[in-house]
Design a protein around this ligand. Structure first.
Ligand code: FAD
Length: 527
């Protein structure tokens, strides 16, 4: 039996090639999910048009009580924090000045992700033992699972559209007006090493009813009632219902050990009972922290530091010189609207990736909290019509690292201690990004509000990985090209824990492509 651990994006990308070959897979997962009452409310919304929704339903499903989490809102799913919820026993994660979190949900973090999908470029993964050509067919296969909303534009020269079919999405008026200004200054911006295009988003997944389309209901930041944004739980449910996989949830995997041709998975159910599974091969897709903890624990590697990479996350508002009226009533999607790639930031070793967001309720609530006592409501409305939010990422070579050490806590419980290892230039580089954006104010027709810059702690952008990086000649702290950590023949890590570095562009598309590559190369032998 082939076992896959987890049900997030890495897991489904790894499962797909087995299903294609008619090989049945057992999926072992913790699988927290939205409570039944909320699920019923969401299902009811999906049968109606946004105009038919009642305001009380919407306010309940879009409430976000986590507005204070480390400075910016933590994205919830229909008002629920289930994607971040951990069981009351088992592995503890002691994160000090690191904002990484594990997800124990059916669908993992794809319940709350932003759907942004841009592949890696060859120069940004030059130190990897595999190249972009090897990933290319798998990028294409992944789009067949996730769907992709995109357009043909300047991004394509650097970031191919690995898709035979793309969906189109309307832009918000704020984003349209910025894109128009960018296009007007295309040549001077290119001269500054700046390339831009419309965001590429994992929209309209393959298992969706064909007639389901984005309704521009503005709820993307709280959860899509129509399921138009890719969520890997959809595939798990679909495959499980069709009998293509066996999905076993409420199982917390603790160790995976090999003896000869047998591989043994041990753990506890969420009710505390021990379980044991035997498999022919195991694919571990539990996300960076859980996968690292499981490998260290399985090999009894206590008190041994392992170091992972992170792509520094930062965020700042861009105040445009002119506003767009009526943004609070506009029908639009509220995920990223525009991608901007900065190829020449003074001391950055790799390009910087920026995602532009136009109006959404979280921005409004944040501005309201910050400025309520300083300005009347009418001014706030004007301000919000001029504000865009820029979310930025640096390459991991320019970012802090994350150190993880497995130890026993004072209560004799296994604990993964997670701490940052600062990079001396990260702050300087982010300051250079802001200066560059600021210097282009006549072209962008806007200025960055630098005093409101938010620098995420390491891990806050959820673009981290590389505790066991792939290598041609793996040492004890590495994995081979099939994701096998040192000492294993039948255990394959297929999530970001095997990434040798983390380029600034989005991580999940490449995690999925790499998981698909590893599984594809092993399907034949398991037929
Ligand atoms: C708010 C937010 C927005 C994001 N936006 C984007 C974006 O726009 N673009 C992008 O590229 N990335 C984005 N990301 C990152 C993206 O969500 C992750 O890269 C992606 O989900 C990782 O997929 P994964 O399958 O490796 O792990 P996860 O999604 O973390 O899934 C882990 C799975 O493993 C299971 N599991 C964990 N531990 C165990 C265990 N011990 N036993 C059994 N099962 C276990 C869990 O139940 C879960 O199903 C975002 C993340 C967040 C939080």
């Amino acid at each position: 039996m082939i076992c896959v651990i987890g049900s997030g994006p890495a897991a489904v990308a790894c499962i797909a090639p087995f299903i294609k070959q008619g090989i049945k897979v057992r999926v072992i997962d913790i699988g927290h999910r939205l409570d039944e009452t909320t699920t019923a409310q969401v299902s009811s919304l999906a049968t109606q048009t946004p105009a038919q929704w009642s305001s009380s339903d919407i306010s309940r499903l879009t409430q976000n009580k986590s507005l204070s989490y480390r400075g910016i809102p933590l994205k919830l799913s229909f008002g629920s924090n289930f994607p971040y919820r951990t069981p009351s026993f088992g592995m503890e994660y002691a994160c000090k000045k690191v904002a990484s979190l594990p997800s124990y949900a059916l669908g993992g973090f794809s319940n709350v992700w932003g759907g942004a999908m841009l592949p890696y470029r060859a120069p940004d993964i030059a130190t990897w033992p595999i190249d972009v050509e090897e990933l290319a067919p798998h990028y294409e296969a992944v789009v067949n699972l996730t769907g992709l909303a995109a357009t043909h534009d300047d991004l394509e020269r650097y970031f191919p559209l690995y898709a035979s079919h793309i969906h189109s999405l309307n832009m918000s008026t704020q984003a349209e007006s910025l894109l128009k200004d960018l296009q007007h200054s295309r040549e001077p911006l290119r001269h500054e090493g700046i390339i831009f295009g419309r965001s590429r988003l994992a929209f309209t997944p393959s298992v969706l009813e064909p007639q389901t389309k984005c309704q521009y209901c503005t709820l993307c930041m709280s959860g899509c009632p129509y399921g138009v944004i890719f969520n890997s739980s959809m595939l798990i449910k679909y495959w499980s219902a069709s009998g293509a996989i066996q999905y076993v949830d409420q199982c917390i995997v603790e160790t995976i050990r090999e003896t000869g041709d047998d591989i043994v998975i041990k753990g506890r159910t969420t009710h505390g009972e021990m379980f044991e599974e035997h498999a022919q091969r195991v694919f571990l897709a539990a996300g960076l922290l859980p996968s690292t903890a499981i490998v260290l624990r399985s090999q009894d590697r206590y008190n041994e530091p392992v170091v992972a990479n992170d792509s520094q996350y930062f965020l700042f508002p861009l105040l445009r010189f002119f506003g767009n009226d009526g943004v609070r009533r506009e029908k639009m999607h509220t995920l990223s609207q525009i991608f901007i790639e900065l190829f020449e930031v003074h001391e950055a070793s790799h390009p910087v990736h920026l995602q532009i967001y136009s109006y959404n309720d979280l921005i409004y609530e944040k501005l309201q909290k910050t400025f309520r006592s300083l300005m009347p409501q009418s001014f706030l409305e004007k301000l919000v019509s001029r504000v865009l939010v820029v979310q930025g990422y640096l390459h991991s070579d320019d970012s802090a690292k994350i150190q993880m050490v497995l130890s026993k806590s004072s209560k004799n419980i296994d604990q993964l201690n997670v701490t940052p290892l600062a990079h001396s230039k990260t702050r300087l580089l982010v300051a250079q990004v802001l200066r560059k954006v600021g210097s282009l104010f006549p072209l962008l027709k806007g200025v960055p509000l630098s005093p409101l810059l938010y620098m995420g702690e390491a891990g806050r952008g959820f673009h981290s990985g590389g505790s066991f990086p792939m290598s041609n000649n793996p040492s004890m702290r590495e994995a081979d090209l099939l994701g096998r950590p040192w000492g294993y023949k039948r255990l394959h890590l297929v999530d970001a824990s095997i990434f040798p570095s983390i380029p600034a562009t989005t991580i999940t598309y490449s995690v999925m492509a790499n998981a698909h590559r590893i599984a594809s190369s092993l399907t034949k032998e398991n037929q």
